[in-house]
Design a protein around this ligand. Structure first.
Ligand code: NAP
Length: 291
């Protein structure tokens, strides 16, 4: 069994980006600048945005964090987005999700200039992805592709089962794994909360990508020998013995599933760090496209 080490690979990617930024600086070019908009005080969202800003510093990007109050109206957020769209200094920006209930998320994501949409959530970029065109691929699915690629995990002709159909992970992942090329050329089954007999489906899978957010959902008896297991789930499970009062838990019963798997991602240290690295990669791409 091989651990797909997202921490190591994401560090390799950050080192590669750092080198590219040094070359840009040496040529007197402007370095990439990422902005992150956060609305409200959600603890997990603040942690994620903080990690993204630190990652920018690590590779030599400029970054801007835009904090808006929990009572921000949809119009106020749309005005801020327009400001960022027009700001020539900003190469790419993200709107940290979830947004407070008074704001229509889809409307907000559609307001982002597709050329600065480094999360790849705008319908124009999502459509391009589905049509095999060059575009920003959403960071988490992009990170999973990169892990499979760097470890040389064969995907061609394999049966990939994706659990969860969210717009940011499951749905794009199901499209990407079925695309022509590598990683891709898989036969894909997309499952969700209405799927019947899910164990029957997962136990036929060569590759399982789990993104549902239910701790330890995927058990050893749901997995065939030598399957490749990608665990996207991140759930804070209360734990009084931990200093933070919670532990981060994935969707996969790692202890038992890892005994059967050929490759598996740990949680933490698997898909999570890859997501941030690929956001940086998309920001670099955004800068290059604007030159
Ligand atoms: P989400 O919007 O929370 O949706 C969950 C999906 O799982 C839905 O499609 C739902 O089906 C499906 N589902 C729920 N219960 C199920 C069941 N019993 N059997 C099969 N499918 C079931 O999804 P998300 O935003 O992609 O988040 C999923 C997990 O990934 C969360 O833990 C999140 O924190 C984590 N995540 C991690 C990263 C990372 O960087 N590692 C990035 C993003 C998300 P329906 O559509 O029918 O409701």
């Amino acid at each position: 069994m091989t651990i797909l080490d997202g921490k190591k690979i994401s560090n390799d990617i950050k080192d590669e980006i750092t080198e590219q930024v040094k070359k840009m600086k040496a040529k007197g070019e402007k370095v990439p600048h990422l902005a992150a908009v956060i609305v409200g005080n959600d603890g997990a969202s603040l942690t994620y945005v903080g990690s993204k800003v630190r990652a920018c510093e690590r590779v030599g990007f400029e970054s801007t964090m835009v904090r808006m109050s929990n009572t921000t109206s949809e119009i106020e957020l749309l005005d801020k987005i327009e400001e960022l769209n027009q700001d020539d200094a900003i190469d790419g920006f993200i709107i940290q999700l979830p947004l407070p209930p008074q704001i229509n998320t889809q409307k907000v994501l559609m307001a982002v200039d597709p050329n600065k949409d480094v999360d790849g959530f705008h319908p124009e970029n999502f459509g391009k992805m589905a049509l095999d065109m060059s575009t920003f691929i959403p960071a988490t699915p992009f990170g999973i592709l990169e892990l499979l690629d760097r470890y040389g995990v064969e995907t061609k002709g394999k049966h990939t089962v994706v659990i969860g159909r969210s717009h940011i992970v499951g749905r794009p992942m199901s499209i990407l794994m079925g695309r022509k090329g590598f990683p891709g050329n898989s036969t894909v089954t997309l499952t969700h909360s209405h799927t019947k007999n899910i164990t029957q489906i997962t136990s036929q899978a060569d590759i399982i990508i789990s993104a549902l957010g239910v701790p330890n959902f995927l058990k050893a008896e749901m997995v065939k020998d030598d399957a490749v297991i990608i665990d996207v789930g991140i759930t804070r499970v209360p734990d009084e013995s931990s200093p933070k009062g919670y532990v981060i838990t994935g969707d996969v019963d790692f202890e038992n599933v890892s005994k059967k798997a050929s490759y598996i991602t740990p949680v933490p240290g698997g898909v999570g760090p890859m997501t941030i690295a690929m956001l940086l990669k998309n920001t670099l791409l955004a800068r290059e496209q604007r030159m």
